[in-house]
Design a protein. Structure first.
Length: 257
């Protein structure tokens, strides 16, 4: 099945911010509760160790992704870990709640473009469930910017372009309905637009299916890095690991020693 870059509601400038935030809040809640990123902890540690740095610059953070739970695990071996959350559409309420619960988090309240990260933001760049939002030209710009600034980068996608992944996405509305009462920060609008006017379950369903269709395969991610300027200066590790009934695809790029 070839990659299909259909539109996602979450990407549209006209899409209401509060609805986008409800969607990203759901994703961060799900990823933390299911600990879906547990298998990639060694990948993040490797990226930090090879970079000789204790700071993560998270790009396309959404509602904070799986970093809340990952943070508690990573700090066991990296007690001085620091994490900065960024996004082109920053979910400020979610960022503030994350920072309140863990004081080693900070966030940028202005839009940050993953294709051109401000030079003052130094650390291991991470992306969780966000590379598929970018077409190949833009995805290459993200990676090229990492090379140009000698910044290590670790990218993770918790779905793949496959029939099982698409079938799993069909159950996402049910997951939204079951988890919404437990998502924080509590918002009465989240209740209204989930149960009474069910926009959130429907747009999560559409965006979930499209996300699977957009996801780069291991082969395609290898293709993204092979012709970048200076790609030979980086070590690239691109693979996928099992995570429960699903998989996590990952790309790790670090400067050669």
């Amino acid at each position: 099945m070839g990659r299909i870059h259909l539109f996602e509601f979450e990407d549209q400038k006209w899409f209401p911010t509060f609805l986008r935030n409800y969607g990203t809040d759901f994703l961060q809640f799900l990823s933390n509760r299911t600990k879906m990123y547990k298998p990639i902890i060694p990948v993040i540690k490797k990226g930090l160790n090879k970079s000789g740095i204790n700071q993560i610059i998270d790009l396309g953070s959404g509602g904070g992704g799986g970093l809340k739970w990952l943070n508690s695990e990573l700090k066991k071996d990296i007690p001085d870990l620091k994490i900065i959350l960024t996004d082109f559409y920053p979910n400020i309420p979610a960022f503030r709640l994350t920072k309140k619960k863990a004081d080693n988090f900070k966030f940028i309240d202005k839009p940050v473009d993953a294709r051109n990260v401000p030079t003052e933001l130094k650390g291991l760049r991470t992306q969780f469930l966000s590379l598929h939002h970018f077409k190949p030209t833009d995805a290459k710009q993200i990676l090229q910017n990492s090379i140009d600034t000698n910044s290590a980068i670790a990218i993770f996608e918790a779905q793949e372009r496959s029939l099982p992944s698409l079938i799993a996405m069909l159950f996402s509305p049910l997951s939204v309905l079951l988890t919404t009462p437990f998502i924080r920060p509590f918002k009465i609008g989240r209740i209204i637009f989930t149960y009474f006017i069910p926009i959130v379950p429907l747009f999560v369903l559409w965006d979930g299916i499209v996300s699977s269709l957009r996801t780069y395969s291991v082969k395609e991610m290898n293709g993204l890095v092979e012709n970048l300027n200076g790609t030979e200066k980086f070590d690239w590790e691109i693979n996928k690991v099992k995570s429960g009934p699903s998989v996590v695809l990952y790309l790790l790029g670090t400067k050669k020693e």
